[in-house]
Each structure stands twice: as structure tokens, then as C-alpha cells.
Design a protein around this ligand. Structure first.
Ligand code: FE2
Length: 435
């Protein structure tokens, strides 16, 4: 057996395991509820769960079965129904969607074919299959929809159906900020095998010295902003932010309810007091921006966030993750829906960056000040609709992943984006300021 065969076999095993892990999670999220809950729309912001399920299979069919495998279509007739660009989420319940049973059979058929394609693919020779890229893209796509489905579960009414142990407690207090020295660093990647087009290419960015918080803003800190009248004072809000604050009637993070003098929050069908030292979650970009202004700070730029997460001052190198180049383990970060909420500041000392910044990966997606655009030298791949059509001033970037993000769809270079008014996602933030 040649070395090449061994390498390709190892990659095939990895791909098959990652596809299997994603499918186990999809199955958990779609079997936890009954048929009614699968076809119902739990919020106009979200698709019915059964749409996500069949859409995951349809993307897998398009890219792995038809494109990589060159096989005959399984269900060409449903392509249009599950094209995210053809139907906005609010319209999806009215479509003639596959029933839950049909959707389950469809995704299973597609998976059998995709695994057969994997067995026969050399995983090299074209950019689409080199190092298993197309398979990695489909793994990440399914995991991203799993996180979306988890957000749908959070919006769903009715009794709790998901359960998980609590996240680990803080190993010690993590407060204050660190100074990130000014100078160049390498942002983005040209070497990460499954990095998506918007993370590429690696490029040098000069970042002036700045301070960044060692932890994400906590519930206690955010509650102090509310108690100080932060939602009633336009001084802290941008013009667009204040307009939205008023028109949407924002008073507190999504899912928070008054509980005597304090706050409780609903989490996946359960109501519990807000935990003071956990990161605030379910805030929109405008709320994050207003808090930062009230605190005398600002949101970090995307380059600042990535430098705090990846820059190693000892070598000048950018790491894959804050702790180094190793794939995340449960000791590094709160990822993968192992817990159903973010962990307290200080809960992951093994995940700290060389500069002493905690929990940049996992817990909550972190809003940054930057619009979603392409890096210098950006090239759309494998299709414009992955990233490029979203570039511009409409979308803000979020970084670092949440407790609901899988490790396969999270790394120091990974970029998420959303409208600045959105807060059904697992979004929080940390603050920065000029040095
Ligand atoms: Fe999708």
C-alpha cells in the first residue's frame, strides 16, 4: 500500500465520521419533537424544522452526489423548494414541502449515495475535492443548520424536550482587559483545508495597539446597563440603533423576563434566573454597540478580534485557535451543544490565548464592529452565493462560535454574518478600546 493510499483512506475515514456526527445531531434535533412541531413555524425568522432537514439533504445531493459523484439526481423536482435564495424563511411553511417521513427517507437515500461517492473519490485532482473540501463544506453546512435548528428550538413554545448537563463552573475569576501590542499579524488562512472562501486568503494586517476584554460581557454587567437606563438614553445608541431600539421596543435581551428586582430567562422551554457571571446572549449588534458606548468602550474590529484570538507574540505566528493548532476538545471550549447555555467567564482556562484572552471560541458568537466583506484577493468558491452575495454594509460579522456551534464549523478564522437587528442567534460580545 502506498503512502498516498494511506493518507486518502485516513481522510475518507475522517470525512465519514464527521458526516456521521453531523447526522446524529440532526437526528437528535428533529426527533426530539413531534410531527406537528416539525412542520410548524415557531418564528417568522425561522424555517420549519422539516425544511432545514430536507434542505441539508438537498445541498448534499447537489454537491456530493451530482457534482462530485457525477450521479443521476435523486429528486431534481425538489431543488427549487429547498433553494434558500428562492423562498424567504417566512414563506417556507406554505410550500409543498416533503413530509417528515419523506424528508427522513430522502436524506437517508442521499447519504447512502454520498458515502458511496466518498469511497470512490480520490479526494484530489480538482479544487472541489482536494483534501475533501466539498465533503467538509457539506459537513459544516449540516452543522450550521443544526445550530439554526437549535435556535428554532429556543424559540419554540411548549415543554422542554432537550436536555444537557450544565457547563463547567469558572476555575477562577476572569476580569479586566489585556493590551494587544500594535503591529502586523496574519489574518485569514490559505492553508486550512476546510476553510470557506470568505476566510481566504491569508494576508498581513497592521493593527494599532488596543485593549480588549479578557471575557465576554456578562449578564451582571449587561443588567447594570439596563438598570442605569441604558435602553432609554439615545446617547449610547447609533442613529440606526436608536431607531431600531424604538421601533422594536427593545428593553432587554431576547428571552429575558422581569423577576422581582432581577431577571429570569427562558432557555429551551425552561425558565431560570439569569446567572450573573455567564456571558449575555441573544443581544443584537445595536444593543452590543450601545452597551460598549455606555461602558466607555467600543466593539473590537474584526481584525482586532482575530489578532486577540490567534496572534502569538513569542513567534509572530497566527494560530488556528487561541490555545494553539489542536482541534478543540471539551477542555478547550464550550462548543457542540454539549451544554445548552454559555459557560461562566473563566470556565475554560485551557482555551486561553497567548495574550490572556478567554473563551474567544465557543459560548457566544461575538459581534464585531466590521461589515462583512471579502479579504484582499478574495475569490468566490465554489459559488458566489456562499459568501459574495452577502458582502456589503447590510451585514455585521460575528466571530468565535457559540455553545451551539460544532467544532467542525468553528476556528480562529471562521466568519459568521447576520443583520445587525438579529438576536434569535446565540450572540453576545466583548468590548475593546484604543490603547
Ligand atoms: Fe443552507
Amino acid at each position: 500500500m502506498t503512502l498516498e493510499t494511506t493518507e486518502a483512506d485516513r481522510l475518507r475515514d475522517l470525512v465519514a465520521a464527521e458526516l456521521g456526527r453531523a447526522r446524529d445531531r440532526t437526528t437528535l434535533l428533529t426527533e426530539a419533537v413531534d410531527e406537528g412541531d416539525l412542520v410548524r413555524q415557531h418564528s417568522p425568522l425561522m424555517s420549519p424544522l422539516v425544511w432545514d432537514l430536507a434542505h441539508v439533504g438537498n445541498q448534499e445531493e447537489l454537491w456530493l452526489v451530482r457534482d462530485v459523484g457525477g450521479r443521476e439526481p435523486v429528486r431534481r423536482d425538489i431543488d427549487e423548494l429547498y433553494d434558500a435564495f428562492k423562498h424567504p424563511r417566512r414563506d417556507r411553511p406554505q410550500l409543498p414541502l416533503l413530509t417528515p417521513g419523506e424528508a427522513r427517507r430522502y436524506v437517508a437515500t442521499v447519504r447512502d449515495k454520498a458515502l458511496d461517492v466518498l469511497t470512490r473519490s480520490r479526494l484530489e485532482g480538482t479544487p472541489l475535492v482536494d483534501q475533501g473540501f466539498a465533503f467538509g463544506m457539506i459537513v459544516q453546512h449540516e452543522q450550521q443548520h443544526d445550530e439554526t435548528m437549535l435556535a428554532t428550538h429556543q424559540l419554540r413554545g411548549g415543554p422542554a424536550v432537550l436536555d444537557a448537563p450544565p457547563p463547567p463552573p469558572a476555575a477562577g475569576p476572569v476580569r479586566g482587559e489585556v493590551l494587544v501590542p500594535g503591529g502586523p499579524f496574519t489574518m485569514g488562512t490559505s492553508t486550512e483545508a476546510w476553510a470557506l472562501d470568505n476566510e481566504r486568503p491569508a494576508h498581513q494586517v497592521f493593527v494599532p495597539a488596543f485593549h480588549i476584554d479578557r471575557a465576554a460581557v456578562t449578564n451582571a454587567e449587561y443588567a447594570a446597563f439596563i438598570a442605569d437606563g441604558g435602553y432609554d438614553d439615545p446617547r449610547w445608541w447609533s442613529t440606526a440603533g436608536w431607531d431600531h431600539r424604538q421601533s422594536a421596543g427593545l428593553r432587554a435581551p431576547l428571552h429575558w423576563v422581569r423577576d422581582g428586582d432581577g431577571w429570569s430567562a427562558t432557555q429551551f422551554g425552561r425558565i431560570r434566573p439569569v446567572v450573573p457571571d455567564e456571558p449575555v446572549v441573544h443581544v443584537c449588534f445595536y444593543e452590543a454597540e450601545a452597551y460598549a458606548a455606555w461602558a466607555g468602550k467600543r466593539l473590537p474590529t474584526e481584525a482586532e478580534w482575530e489578532k486577540a484570538a490567534r496572534f502569538d507574540p513569542a513567534t509572530g505566528r497566527s494560530r488556528r485557535f487561541p490555545w494553539g493548532d489542536d482541534t478543540p476538545t471539551p477542555e478547550h471550549a464550550n462548543l457542540g451543544q454539549r451544554h445548552l447555555r454559555p459557560a461562566a467567564a473563566g470556565a475554560y482556562p485551557m482555551g486561553v490565548s497567548p495574550l490572556g484572552v478567554h473563551q474567544l471560541i465557543g459560548d457566544v458568537w461575538e459581534w464585531v464592529a466590521t461589515d462583512f466583506t471579502g479579504y484582499p484577493g478574495f475569490a468566490a468558491f465554489p459559488y458566489r452565493e456562499y459568501s459574495e452575495v452577502f458582502f456589503g454594509s447590510e451585514y455585521k460579522v460575528l466571530r468565535g462560535g457559540s455553545f451551539g456551534t460544532d467544532r467542525s464549523a468553528c476556528r480562529g478564522t471562521f466568519r459568521n454574518w447576520d443583520y445587525p437587528i438579529r438576536r434569535q442567534i446565540f450572540s453576545g460580545f466583548r468590548c475593546a478600546r484604543d490603547a
